[in-house]
Design a protein around this ligand. Structure first.
Ligand SMILES: *Cc1c(COP(=O)(O)O)cnc(C)c1O
Length: 384
């Protein structure tokens, strides 16, 4: 699976794109005010609803995930509104900064990076803060932690607090039931588990969130959800969307939904198992949790004396494999392997084999091939 792609992209976004989706990208550009576009757009909206597991409107924005998250803030909040923003890593903190920049009253619920937010803490923080809204990160891509979103959302429902969920790296990779779990707003992007190039972001909006948006006073123009919904009802967007990316997304949603979401989730679990087993077989310490729920990416530490930045560059320059680095104090030791979307076992085996080669090159005693063997043995494609 790697040879046909030459270079292997194993970061937690952007992610590899299947050939059928690349082919769709190469089609002539369509105009966004034509029946042709309306047809593909309608297919995409239907497919997105199925992936989000929702009957709610799903809005399509030409933006990165952060833009879509900003759209949620400006459509739902007024200056001075209080937002409880849960953070256990880079993205949780980003939504705190976003709120501060927009003039809302951000109440942080902070964990050390790598920890998993707990429903009891959320319940206590909601009671203490009486927040107007909560931000939750489903998959904290900086650490590899996937939280128990279902339980956290149940706590939000107890207090009736509007929940805005960052599902940018999780939707399509791990289970997320927008309607059944009661997530008011779910945000994701094209460039992760949806196997499409960067450029589009999506927001599902519940009835309750629509009601709130009518009273929200933060200024908005490009991000105005109500105007966008009116345009979508007529088969297009308000402003020029990334039309070729919409066409590509139609192709990727077809692939995803043909196989089924369950199969995609099972594959991510299996890839996570394979990746963790391979790293452990090399004697490396995992940083992301050693649990099936953390199926989006695997983070690990290099052995003492091996610089993670150098390892990452060696993988890129000598093996054609791009993985991601770490953050803060852990930059010298932490690396992250994404297994999101169009990733197969052999891709993970190739990355593990390259890491093994580089560690051996750095003078570490390793049993060559052990990582690949462990990864293959751990991969149980439950529904493949
Ligand atoms: C990738 C990602 C985002 C969005 O990042 P953009 O670069 O703005 O698309 C947001 N949250 C999480 C958890 C992510 O992994």
């Amino acid at each position: 699976m790697t040879g046909d792609r030459g270079r292997l992209l194993l970061t937690p976004g952007p992610t590899p794109v299947p050939p059928a989706v690349l082919a769709a990208l190469a089609e002539p550009v369509v105009h966004h005010r034509t029946p042709e576009f309306a047809a593909v757009f309608s297919e995409v909206l239907g497919g997105l609803r199925r992936v989000f597991r929702t009957e709610n409107d799903v809005l399509v924005l030409t933006a990165s995930g952060t833009g879509a998250f900003e759209s949620a803030f400006v459509n739902l909040l007024s200056p001075g509104d209080r937002v409880l923003a849960v953070s256990a890593g880079e993205f949780g903190t980003r939504w705190q900064k976003l709120g501060a920049a927009l003039g809302v009253d951000v109440e942080p619920l902070d964990y050390a990076w790598g920890e998993t937010p707990h429903p009891d803490d959320l319940r206590a923080a909601l009671a203490a803060s009486r927040a107007d809204a909560v931000t939750l990160v489903h998959s904290e891509t900086s650490t590899g932690v996937v939280c128990d979103l279902e339980r956290l959302l149940a706590v939000c429902r107890e207090t009736g607090t509007l929940a805005i969920v960052d599902a940018v790296s999780s939707l399509g990779a791990v289970p997320l039931e927008t309607d059944a779990w009661g997530a008011d707003v779910v945000v994701t992007g094209s460039q992760k588990a949806l196997m499409t190039p960067p450029g589009l972001a999506f927001v599902s909006v519940s009835e309750r969130a629509w009601a709130r948006s009518g009273a929200a006073m933060l200024p908005r123009f490009y991000w105005d959800w109500a105007a966008l919904r009116r345009a979508q009802e007529k088969g297009s967007t308000r402003f020029t969307p990334a039309t070729s990316t919409v066409v590509a997304l139609a192709a990727s949603l077809r692939l995803l939904l043909e196989d089924g979401l369950d199969a995609a989730h099972a594959r991510h679990v299996a890839l996570g198992r394979a990746c963790r087993s391979g790293l452990k077989a090399m004697g490396l310490d995992l940083y992301s949790p050693d649990e099936d729920r953390s199926a989006v990416l695997t983070a690990a530490l290099t052995p003492e004396g091996v610089d993670a930045v150098e390892l990452r560059l060696a993988l890129r320059d000598r093996h054609g494999i791009t993985i991601a680095g770490g953050h803060g104090d852990l930059v010298p030791r932490l690396f992250r392997i994404g297994h999101i979307g169009y990733v197969r076992l052999e891709d993970i085996v190739a990355a593990l084999t390259a890491i093994e080669a580089e560690l051996a090159h750095a003078g570490h005693e390793l049993q060559r091939g052990a990582a690949a063997g462990a990864a293959r043995a751990a991969y149980e494609p439950a529904a493949a």
